[in-house]
Design a protein. Structure first.
Lengths: 381, 319
């Protein structure tokens, strides 16, 4: 299906089904509300086919360019039908299964994620492995020689695991080589969250929402057919996520930020300070959209996305903070002292936006990557 | 244009401009087929030529050709254009009962052309006027960048008539000018960054190249992010060639030029403060160019005013 045709049919359909899809809760809503809303929307969209475009037929999709599913996610974000942060887990985890799981495993599980039947999480970061992911220590030990192991036993701790407390499965990175093996000794697993030995401890964020959790693995048994990719090939799995996160998810984030700027433009006083602040935020948003669009087109054209997407990451992070800073400046009090639902919503989002330059690789890490890999400045001190 | 063909064109244009003295950049471009290219493939022509002019700091007058084309006039080497005054995008002339008063900027073409084309407001209408340059008062601008070739031009003349043009034509000319100048600024930014990068990896302090200090690395990384963002807005401005996308590209160019100049000059430190090093030419050129068709700041305010007046945040570009 052609993207313009898809967009216009989708727009008409979403317009016609707005009441059915719109959140029933008033803003800001609890995390329970947002997760339930996302799953309900996915379920409706899967049954009606929209959610299946852009995904391969062998995992329950209808085929077509991946840009179709990017377009859908952007429409959901722009219309406030699904939180783009939560929805991004679909965009990053389904491709992991498609690319690295056995065909049977992918065919069995991916439709459950797309249809809203299940929630999955991503177990990457650890207390001592944040920006330096290759130093992760959560360990998986085979019950025999690795090549013929029947199962693996996982022990260790993950942190910043989004939606762990809701999740049915986890794409987990664990160390299967020596501690010194860094990125070479890591393996990816597809773990059932109900397996004995897993404990989830949600972390309350600065905005009062417990979107993240610590996840403890205490001798958790994982069948060998749940290894994703090669044993010792977990770094490739982790890196494969980057292009999806930095293309589809950023385009969807951009649609969400455009919606936020629109809400600000609706509410702000029309004075000289506003026009300067809004104009500045819009130029930044347009730069981000233009860059993200170019990245999408490169991906659709068959390019392999790489370190240059650190540019996209810096732009999305800084634009997000610019827009919420504009809210703080142009709607005085709404974040600080407004106890209406509107104030609650802006406050929650404003506080969340402070993490934009931290999660997914800090802006400083992106600058380091840009300096070394794109500007060829050599190693640093 | 196919990618390989395009890369060859970029290299050819840039090499030719670099090998020529700045005075003859126009001749070089004509020899390379600029007039035909502008007519047949305006996007590639403007992108490649203005990027190369910015990157090499060469001075040419091809902006006149871009504006003439947008105004529906066949470009000629003896035909110059009166651009809006610095930091403005208002039509430069006023026409009242056959008397014209105009003031604006021109490129160096005005020094050797015979006629001058410009747009005048005549009540609610716009008119395209042509006057002999002999009737105009032209003064070369020294300013911060005497090599930019800019002139201030004033015209007071009676008995002038002009062809009516639609306001969309004038907006289209401003947009065309903004795209061209934004490309030139992007080219200049790329060279400033290359100069600062080269300095950072060569300059030794504390027993190591200063490129190894994170403070230096992060400044240059920020500069690259800004340039890449600007170039993306230029792609968008050609893909969706409406006035707003050109305005956004020019606004992005203004912000980017200042960010890149600030970071690069700081990294270049002492040598970048001298006329021994080429950086100063680029700094001065981007400041001179930034005022053509409106500064970034002025455009940002104008865009903000439009968004607030309409209470709408436009999307402009789709996948």
């Amino acid at each position: 299906m052609d993207i313009a045709e898809f967009r216009s049919e989708l727009t008409a359909w979403l317009d016609a089904h707005h009441d059915e899809l719109a959140p029933a809760f008033s803003p800001p809503g609890t995390l329970d509300d947002h997760v339930a809303q996302m799953q309900r929307v996915k379920s409706v969209l899967f049954e009606t086919g929209w959610m299946r475009w852009g995904w391969p037929e062998r995992v329950g999709g209808l085929g077509g360019s991946p840009m179709l599913r990017t377009e859908l996610g952007a429409a959901l974000a722009a219309r406030n039908l699904a939180d783009p942060g939560l929805y991004s887990l679909v965009e990053v985890l389904a491709p992991t299964l498609i690319d690295f799981a056995s065909p049977e495993l992918a065919a069995e599980f991916v439709p459950r994620l797309l249809s809203g039947e299940e929630v999955w999480c991503q177990g990457f970061s650890e207390p001592d492995a944040g920006s330096d992911l290759a130093s992760l220590a959560c360990r998986a030990v085979p019950d025999g020689p690795a090549e013929s192991a029947g199962q693996w036993v996982v022990s260790g701790q993950k942190v910043w695991t989004s939606l762990a407390q809701y999740s049915d499965r986890c794409v987990l990175l664990a160390r299967t080589g020596s501690t010194e093996s860094r990125h070479r000794g890591i393996t990816a697993f597809f773990v059932d969250m109900e397996a004995p030995g897993i404990t989830v401890a949600p972390i309350e964020m600065i905005n009062g929402v417990a979107e993240f959790a610590q996840v403890f693995f205490d001798d958790v048994e994982v069948p060998a057919d749940r290894v994703l990719g090669e044993v010792g090939g977990g770094w490739a799995v982790a890196m494969s996520i980057l292009p999806y996160e930095r293309s589809s998810c950023f385009w969807q984030r951009t649609a969400y930020l455009a919606r936020r700027l629109q809400l600000l433009v609706d509410a702000a006083a029309d004075d000289e300070r506003t026009v300067a602040v809004v104009g500045d935020a819009f130029v930044q948003l347009h730069e981000l959209r233009a860059r993200s669009r170019a990245t999408q087109h490169r991906l659709a054209g068959g390019a392999t996305l790489g370190v240059e997407t650190s540019i996209d990451k810096v732009l999305v992070s800084t634009t997000e903070q610019t827009i919420y800073d504009a809210v703080l400046r142009l709607l005085p009090g709404i974040v600080e002292v407004d106890d209406t639902p509107v104030g609650d919503a802006w406050r929650t989002e404003y506080l969340y936006s402070r993490a934009a330059t931290i999660y997914g690789g800090t802006v400083e890490v992106q600058h380091n990557i840009i300096a070394r890999r794109l500007l060829d400045l050599g190693g640093d001190d | 244009m196919e990618a390989g063909e395009r890369a060859l064109l970029e290299a050819t244009v840039r090499d030719a401009i670099e090998d020529s003295s700045s005075a003859s950049a126009d001749d070089v471009l004509v020899r390379l087929g600029w007039p035909e290219m502008l007519e047949a493939e305006p996007r590639d022509a403007v992108d490649v030529v203005f990027t190369a002019l910015g990157a090499t700091n060469a001075t040419a007058t091809v902006l006149d050709d871009v504006i003439l084309t947008a105004l529906g006039v066949e470009p000629r080497p003896d035909l110059a254009v009166l651009l809006p005054a610095f930091a403005s995008w208002d039509e430069p002339g006023r026409l009242d009962s056959g008397a014209v008063n105009a003031v604006g900027l021109s490129t160096a073409r005005v020094a050797r052309a015979t006629d001058l084309v410009f747009v005048c407001r005549d009540g609610v209408a716009l008119r395209r006027v042509v006057v002999p340059i002999a009737e105009a008062e032209t003064t070369p601008v020294h300013g911060i960048d005497p090599d930019a070739g800019l002139h201030v031009v004033r015209i007071h003349q009676r008995g002038v008539d002009g062809a009516p043009i639609e306001s969309e034509v004038w907006e289209g000319a401003i947009a065309a000018g903004r795209r061209a100048v934004a490309h030139q600024l992007a080219g200049a930014c790329r060279t400033m960054l290359a100069l600062a990068r080269a300095h950072a990896v060569e300059r030794m302090q504390f027993g190591r190249p200063i490129a190894r200090f994170q403070a230096v690395r992060h400044r240059l990384a920020e500069a690259l992010v800004a340039v890449e963002a600007l170039e993306a807005t230029l792609t968008a401005a050609w893909d969706e060639p409406v006035p707003m996308t050109a305005a956004l590209a020019k606004a992005s160019a203004g912000r980017t030029a200042r960010t890149v100049a600030r970071h690069c000059q700081q990294v270049l430190a002492g040598i970048g403060f001298t006329t021994d090093h080429p950086f100063h030419r680029f700094l001065k050129r981007v400041l001179a160019l930034e005022g053509l068709f409106g500064t970034g700041d002025d455009i940002v305010v104008r865009i903000g005013r439009q968004l607030m007046a309409e209470r709408t945040v436009p999307t402009l570009i789709e996948l």
